[in-house]
Ligand binder design. Structure first.
Ligand SMILES: [Zn+2]
Length: 56
C-alpha cells in the first residue's frame, strides 16, 4: 500500500467514507466497493457489527 488518502472514497458511488469504514470494508488496496450511501445499511452492518446509526 503506497498511498493512503486522508479521506477515502467509495469506488462505487464516490462518497466519502471514514478511515474506520475503509479499514473494515476496504480490500487490501484500501478500495471501498460499497458504502452506506450506495448500499443498504443492513447489508454492510452485518459484516463487522458496525454501528448502524454512527459513522465514527
Ligand atoms: Zn458508495
Amino acid at each position: 500500500m503506497n498511498t493512503v488518502p486522508l479521506m477515502p472514497t467509495c469506488q462505487n458511488c464516490g462518497s466519502h467514507v471514514t478511515a474506520r469504514f475503509r479499514r473494515v470494508f476496504g480490500d487490501n488496496n484500501g478500495d471501498i466497493h460499497g458504502c452506506r450511501e450506495c448500499m443498504k445499511t443492513t447489508e454492510i452492518s452485518n459484516e463487522d457489527g458496525l454501528h448502524t446509526n454512527c459513522n465514527c
